[in-house]
Design a protein around this ligand. Structure first.
Ligand code: AMP
Ligand code: TRP
Length: 324
């Protein structure tokens, strides 16, 4: 039997290069070797109430990106978290064995509390418990995520281990699977690329929009004039060239160091490479967007397949915890 991969992502709408390089690449690549389950975690999105009115639209935009990027619903289960309410039951049960101290120490909790000081809700503290429930409900063994999720996966391992110690072996301890690009910086060259910060480049932009976005990127700050030699090793644009333009990389690095190429030319090259790499993706996305009924069917079928697994696990957990 194939081993299980599970991952989830918040419905943030159109996906950006960080999601694409840090997570989606692995979602797609793991599909043949593993039994993959991918979830759009709409309940997690409610921990930071920004725009619940846009939630359904964001789910659709994200599924379009995932499918166009190569997620294949014939191979993988693709579903929306809230369609399987069992996860919320499991979340409550796991919350009983999770020490509060573990949760208050999680760096992403501290970061969220900083970003939304007016809304530090109970669900926000429990975010990693719900995430653990997602993973263990499907007995996920390998979890493709970006580097920012490592503290959450570590906690999921600890909760799974604690459950196993208390009630007998039930859950595999999940292991993160990173891509070669686990942390993509945003256009500011400082913070991780994210929607919330607004430093992102969406993969579904047009060629022109992509070029315009790339042009706003911060490069090597020491390179103030065109003739100043650059330091590609600290430049975010150069880092992105590693993925989009691997064969031109040595040449660009050399030309940057010797000031033969300027930052504008370098960005232009990158934008061209991004656009040509993403061309087939964008064409598939446009075709899929014409078939909204297909998306509904994919998610309904995914929910049905996910529910069968979820029911089994929840029954086992309840029996072990003495509830049945
Ligand atoms: P999010 O959109 O924050 O819910 O993230 C969805 C997935 O993309 C998670 O696995 C993240 O770790 C990954 N991800 C998000 N932003 C980045 C980034 N800037 N670099 C690498 N991976 C990322
Ligand atoms: N916390 C993840 C993020 O912000 C989303 C997520 C929820 C997740 N449940 C998961 C990721 C289970 C992997 C496995 O991107």
């Amino acid at each position: 039997m194939k081993r299980r991969v599970f991952s989830g992502a918040r419905p943030t709408g159109r996906q950006h290069l960080g999601n694409f390089l840090g997570a989606i690449q692995n979602y797609v690549n793991l599909q043949d070797e593993y039994d993959c389950v991918y979830c759009i975690v709409d309940v997690h999105a409610l921990t930071s109430l920004e725009d619940t009115g846009g939630l359904q639209k964001n789910i659709n935009e994200m599924v379009l990106d995932w499918l166009a990027a190569g997620l294949d619903p014939r191979k993988s289960i693709l579903f929306v978290q809230s369609h399987i309410p069992e996860v919320m039951e499991l979340h409550t049960l796991l919350s009983m064995i999770t020490p509060l101290g573990w949760l208050l120490r999680v760096p992403t909790f501290k970061e969220k509390a900083r970003l939304q000081p007016e809304n530090i809700n109970y669900g926000l503290v429990g975010y990693p418990v719900l995430m653990t429930a997602d993973i263990v409900l499907y007995k996920g063994e390998f979890i493709p995520v970006g580097e920012d999720q490592l503290p959450h996966i570590e906690l999921a391992r600890e909760i799974a281990r604690r459950f196993n110690n208390l009630f007998g072996y039930t859950f595999p301890e999940p292991e993160a699977k990173l891509t070669l690009f686990p942390l993509i910086l945003g256009l500011d060259g400082k913070e991780k690329m994210s929607k919330q910060v607004g430093n992102d480049i969406d993969i579904s932009l047009s060629d022109k929009e992509t070029t315009e976005r790339v042009m706003t990127a911060v490069t090597d700050p020491a390179r103030r004039y065109r003739n100043d030699p650059g330091h590609p090793e600290i430049c975010n644009i150069y880092r992105l060239q590693q993925y989009f333009n691997p064969f031109g990389l040595d040449n660009i690095g050399e030309q940057c160091r010797t000031a033969k190429i300027g930052c504008v030319d370098c960005k232009m090259l990158l934008a061209q490479e991004i656009n040509s790499t993403l061309k087939p993706f964008r064409e598939r996305r446009a075709a899929l967007a014409e078939k909204p009924g297909y998306l509904v069917d994919v998610l309904a079928d995914g929910a049905q397949r996910a529910r069968a697994i979820a029911k089994e696990t929840l029954k086992e957990v309840k029996q072990k915890m003495g509830l049945l």
